[in-house]
Design a binder for this molecule. Sequence first.
Ligand SMILES: Nc1nc2c(ncn2[C@@H]2O[C@H](COP(=O)(O)OP(=O)(O)OP(=O)(O)O)[C@@H](O)[C@H]2O)c(=O)[nH]1
Ligand SMILES: [Mg+2]
Length: 282
Amino acid sequence: MQSDTLIFAPVFNERGTVGALADALLALPLRFDLLFVDDSSTDGTTEYLLSLAAADSRVHVIVRPGKLGVGSAHKLGWLYARIHGYSRIVTLDADLSHDPHDVPRVLAALDAGADFAIGSRFCSGGRTDYRGWRRFLSGAGNRVASVVLRLPVTEHTTALRAARLDRVPPGLVESVNGNGYSFFMICITYLARLGLGIVEVPIHFRDRRRGSSKMPKTAVLEAVQSLFRLALDRRRIEPLRLPSESERQCPVCGAPYRVFMSRRELVCLKCFGRECKESIWG
Ligand SMILES: Nc1nc2c(ncn2[C@@H]2O[C@H](COP(=O)(O)OP(=O)(O)OP(=O)(O)O)[C@@H](O)[C@H]2O)c(=O)[nH]1
Ligand SMILES: [Mg+2]
């Protein structure tokens, strides 16, 4: 029987950590399924995950044809959770920066009444191992975001998160206009502006011990642009609806993972195949 909780991690070339991550998650005393979205890793990660999925029915893998961005992988994780009827989703990085043992802690925040929980480096009790430029960037970036966006949180950018799916309007997260690292800030801004109960859970964020960063140099610029856009555009958020089952089917790759990016544009989160016309929105 399917569990009601989906744990999701995006993954690209993380062979040095993904095995330990999967082992630690699968040993947790919780009932859940585990989804990885792998962007055709070239270091053996894909083969490892496919063999793990063949051996353990809790593990699911979607392999995309190329590196399509961490934000779009998260949107696919959320869509997968929706269409398979899970009631809770937990997301985290695959490089062991997020401690798998923090998963029960963010879920406990949902059990205690939160709609959305975020693992936080900057709230009281939170820690980060980043040093130098990365520490400055994440600390200053999150402080600026707190001032400009005026959300009730100190952490806007990390991916360790948990949500009750019945509290989040379907289509809101799946259609976020950001396929890279800006996804995280846009997503939490929308949820806070809709008035969801958001709780910060203090975490110790570790620097990746293996592999290399996938963050492009343009990520900072992209984050600044998103921050200004979110600060200036305070219109009421109107989520795009999720497509029906037949609309979701992608004519390019055949997968059922299309979402609306606007009222006239359907985009496949698996292959990025697009369809634009006047008449899509019913
Ligand atoms: N599927 C997919 N996963 C990605 C992509 N980019 C990053 N990831 C994964 O997203 C997670 C976060 O990426 P990281 O490179 O660790 O980004 P970061 O934590 O901000 O940077 P570091 O601190 O340098 O590790 C990791 O699990 C990556 O493997 C992508 O384009 N596609
Ligand atoms: Mg990382």
